[in-house]
Design a protein around this ligand. Structure first.
Ligand code: P6P
Length: 337
């Protein structure tokens, strides 16, 4: 049987990466494999979500007589389940759960990592068929292996992430993850049910022509943010433009597009929500890690996102992320009041 060696699956890639890491145990590869498995299961349900009259609404019973769960609860259960039953994760923090969950079985207590995730970000877009996604960040636990994980394992600065990534359930389903060695994208090949390397060594272009922001909140933004948006709107061919505004209300889709093509995504604080809407631990930190490894930048308007000292699991943060030259222009506007 001829093996197609040109197609590198996620598992083959993560195992290959081990060769570059002395005394690696393979636990991180195992954790990423577990995430890939949960993503495939979520992908099946997300793709069927349009068939609501077959699936029924959450709380109803489907044709197989199974209780239908809201898709984000379903996604949360999938990621929590595979990470709990794997050998690499000591506990999780999820957008869907009030508090972090430390797994107390002996195998999980011996695990090296904890994982923070938003199981299905943008799920409000499902019924209008807009791309949605899962976002995750992986940390090495700081408490002793063998003990049950505790709060300090989950509330670490973003700089402490050993890996971060996202799955985008869109025109195709992609898993993109970063370690300090680089950012790589894998597209799900339904014919073999594997994520296969399709976007090796992703780099964020130093500049771009796309700016992403919710204009509906414009008059609530900081003066510096309004000044930068005004500059974006006035760009011409001679000043690096014209720019286009792209914002689909699904962070994974907006940031993924800007990561590949170059651009800037902004979710600023507003008068009503000074801390903005996005969550630090499982939306801002993972994307900040990914984009910085790819050569971009991410701040909360005052400091680097990855340097923010977290105080609670679900804390929010303003978010500015993207191509480094565009971020520099924004920072200039924000520093000049
Ligand atoms: P708004 C989705 O609900 C989400 O958390 C992000 O995916 C998205 O970027 C943002 O909210 C959109 O928020 O207030 O612009 O509708």
């Amino acid at each position: 049987m001829n093996v197609n060696r040109r197609v590198l699956t996620l598992d083959e890639f993560t195992i290959q990466q081990l060769r570059h890491i002395p005394n690696a145990t393979g636990e991180l590869s195992g954790l990423l494999r577990d995430i890939g498995l949960a993503a495939k299961r979520v992908n099946v349900e997300v793709n069927k979500a349009g068939l609501v009259d077959i699936l029924g609404d959450a709380g109803s019973v489907n044709v197989q007589g199974e209780d239908v769960k809201k898709l984000d609860i379903f996604a949360n259960d999938q990621f929590t389940g595979v990470l709990h039953h794997g050998i690499s994760c000591a506990g999780i923090g999820s957008e869907e759960l009030d508090d972090f969950v430390a797994f107390d079985d002996a195998v999980s207590c011996q695990s090296k990592y904890v994982c923070l995730f938003d199981p299905l970000d943008g799920s409000g877009n499902i019924d209008v068929n807009v791309s949605i996604g899962t976002i995750f960040g992986v940390y090495r636990r700081v408490t002793e292996r063998g003990e049950v994980a505790s709060k300090e394992d989950f509330l670490q600065k973003g700089t402490q992430q050993v890996a971060a990534g996202y799955i985008i359930y869109g025109s195709s389903t992609m898993l993109v993850y970063a370690t300090r060695r680089g950012v790589n994208g894998f597209t799900l090949d339904p014919s073999i049910g594997e994520f296969t390397l399709s976007h090796p060594d992703i780099k964020c272009p130093p500049t771009g022509k796309i700016y992403s922001v919710n204009h509906g909140n414009f008059f609530q933004y900081d003066e510096g943010v309004k000044k930068y948006i005004d500059i974006c709107q006035k760009k011409t061919k001679t000043t690096g433009g014209p720019y286009t505004q792209r914002y689909i209300g699904s962070m994974v889709a907006d940031v993924h597009r800007n990561l590949i093509k170059g651009g800037i995504f902004m979710y600023p604080g507003t008068i009503d929500k000074p801390k903005g809407k996005l969550r630090l631990m499982y939306e801002c930190n993972p994307f900040a890690f990914i984009v910085e490894v790819a050569g971009g930048k991410a701040t909360n308007g005052k400091q680097r996102i990855l340097d923010v000292e977290p105080t609670e699991l679900h804390q929010r943060s303003p978010m500015f992320i993207g191509s480094k030259d565009m971020m520099a222009e924004l920072e200039t506007c924000m520093s000049e009041k």
